[in-house]
Design a protein around this ligand. Structure first.
Ligand code: IMP
Length: 191
């Protein structure tokens, strides 16, 4: 089955293609000649995932899915949450966001955090939502070179390596996106 993954993020595309393990033909936005900005105006992770998937389905009439992810830090009342991509401001880098989190958690003993991913899948106009959550904590300093985003400061519960230190396949097995994608696959298999 052909499915468009409504993302411009090559890291995520690579991760999801690895997780789906060639069971489905995943097309990127480039593959369908979609080069425009996808709206992301909702104030929840699920709302944004749904908005992105509906935008692509309505415009291109093709089965698709979109994901949205947020890092939710307990001591910051769930921040950066839906603002994870632009926490340190519009056009900020991953590094800017990481530094902002480390700064805000300076001297903070409660470093509990979770990543939440919601995937919205639209098949023939019908939407299904899949959620994946991984609990962990924010490290005092950056550790590791792999991954992207907040990976160097996220330590999953039960591990002594950050997401940026774990091999990609290990991260995929336990990550928010990995768990949500596994639910997506299980659902696709029932079709
Ligand atoms: P998005 O809405 O799925 O693009 O995710 C929003 C932001 O969350 C990204 O810009 C990253 O900073 C961060 N993020 C998403 N997934 C991950 C991940 O697997 N590891 C680290 N950071 C992530």
């Amino acid at each position: 089955m052909k499915l468009v993954f409504a993302t411009n993020n090559n890291h995520k595309l690579k991760e999801v293609k690895e997780i789906l393990d060639n069971q489905f033909e995943i097309l990127s936005l480039n593959d369908i000649n979609c080069f425009e900005e996808i709206p992301e105006t909702q104030n929840t992770i699920a709302g944004n995932a749904s908005e992105k998937a509906h935008f692509i389905f309505n415009k291109y009439k093709i089965n698709c899915f979109a994901d949205d992810t947020g890092l939710e830090i307990e001591a910051l009342n769930g921040e950066p949450g839906v603002y994870s991509a632009r926490y340190a401001g519009e056009n900020c880098s991953y590094e800017d966001n990481v530094q902002k989190v480390l700064q805000k958690l300076k001297d903070q003993t409660n470093r509990n955090a979770k990543f939440r991913t919601v995937i919205s899948l639209i098949i023939n106009g019908k939407e299904s939502l899949f959620e994946g959550i991984i609990n962990g904590s924010i490290t005092e300093n950056k550790r590791g070179k792999d991954g992207f985003g907040y990976d160097p400061i996220f330590l999953p519960d039960g591990y002594n390596k950050t997401f940026a230190e774990l091999p990609q396949e290990e991260k995929n097995k336990i990550s928010h996106r990995g768990l949500a994608t596994q639910k997506l696959i299980n659902f696709l298999k029932t079709l």
